[in-house]
Design a binder for this molecule. Structure first.
Ligand code: SF4
Length: 375
């Protein structure tokens, strides 16, 4: 391991909790063993907390390189600037500072434009300059090691530039759709220890959820946060009917569903509450195209039956999650993990549900798509 090099790719970074402290510790250990580490991630906070230098990649090429301090505090590429408009800042008001996804989509490898690949999405694109071939990295003066692949970076007023993305409009919260009242979920476990046998208390209860109560209204997003093992996933299972509650009520669209397993729920109830799973790999049918899987949900839950309207809705959903429309013809094996997750999100919304339960829904997505999906 001495003088070695370690590479950590995205999936490692999708751990829910404490990943920054974990990687800080990994960095300390690497320092002791004189090892270089390469983190591959779209988690800008993690990079800021743990890395020394950073390469910002766009469509197959590095567009900015430098120390983390230079690139994060004095970025000189419009794409890098755009990335920072996509991430939530602690304490920021989501209305005053909405997440601004970078407009447009990452070009497919065979559809990259001439000249600057970021050109079609850039606020500073200039025909005749940015669309010319031979765009190389250039050094930023007085900042050794900081370089950028942009023809116009010196003409941009970086202090006043705020990316012109497509922001989300503020929504007014509506009626209560989901009301959780003192919901508990306990599991019975058998204690086979001699002490339990002597005491005659072999059955114990593991209290996965204790007394959860809250309301969720239409157009409102309610977060459930906590470390692994705190009961978040158990709660989601009760909502979806994969488990039943031990006590309390789960009133959804006016009906208590706390004791209704998914197989006993009506098609309307199932269609009205959809789930986005953390792992997109197991939830898509490998034999069917993306378009047919979305179309099936649209028809099944009665959103549209007319062929043209179904196709239009499929395209609308792909636009929503920033996937190229031609992906409707692709099968899941032709998609990356992040692209599959976007299909999973599109599918959850395909049936016009009144509630979507999302378990770490955007951990696999890059920050611009996270901003587009959550904004
Ligand atoms: S080269 Fe032109 S299009 Fe590309 S990032 Fe710079 S200003 Fe924008």
């Amino acid at each position: 391991m001495e003088n070695g090099s370690n590479s950590y790719d995205g999936p490692v970074l999708e751990c829910r909790d404490l990943c920054i402290s974990y990687f800080t510790r990994a960095g300390e250990i690497a320092g002791r063993f004189n090892t270089s580490m390469v983190y591959i991630s779209h988690n800008l906070g993690l990079i800021l907390a743990t890395c020394d230098r950073v390469n910002v990649m766009y469509s197959g090429v590095v567009v900015e390189h430098g120390s983390v301090h230079e690139v994060f505090d004095h970025m000189r590429h419009p794409y890098t600037k755009g990335l920072f408009g996509c991430i939530p800042l602690p304490g920021a008001d989501k209305t005053a500072r909405p997440l601004v996804p970078i407009r447009g989509q990452l070009p497919l490898p065979h559809q990259r434009p001439a000249g600057c690949y970021f050109g079609p999405r850039c606020d500073f694109f200039q025909a005749g300059s940015c669309d010319q071939e031979g765009l190389h990295m250039t050094e930023v003066p007085n900042e050794p090691g900081h370089s950028v692949r942009c023809r116009r970076w010196q003409q941009i007023d970086w202090d006043s530039y705020n990316p012109e993305g497509v922001g989300a409009s503020e929504m007014e919260a509506g009626e209560v759709v989901l009301s959780i009242d003192n919901m508990k979920k306990y599991y019975e476990v058998t204690d086979n220890s001699i002490a339990a046998m002597i005491k005659g208390k072999r059955v114990r209860h593991v209290k996965a959820n204790e007394s959860i109560s809250f309301d969720a209204r239409a157009c409102e997003t309610v977060a459930i946060v906590g470390e692994s093992g705190c009961g978040k996933s158990t709660f989601a299972k009760v909502l979806m009917g994969l488990e039943t509650a031990t006590e309390g009520k789960v009133v959804f669209n006016g009906k208590d569903i706390s004791q209704e397993e998914v197989q006993n729920r009506s098609p309307e109830q199932i269609g009205s509450m959809q789930m986005v799973f953390q792992n997109p790999f197991d939830t898509l049918n490998p034999s069917h195209t993306v378009g047919s899987q979305l179309a099936r949900v649209i028809r099944k839950f009665g959103v549209h039956t007319d062929k043209e309207k179904v196709e239009a809705r499929v395209m609308e959903l792909l636009d929503l999650v920033k996937l190229p429309r031609e992906f409707a013809r692709r099968r899941p094996r032709q998609l990356s993990g992040g692209q599959k997750q976007r299909v999973g999100i599109a599918r959850a919304f395909a049936g016009n549900p009144s509630t979507v339960v999302a378990d770490e829904p955007v951990s696999a997505l890059d920050v611009s798509v996270q901003a587009a999906v959550t904004g």
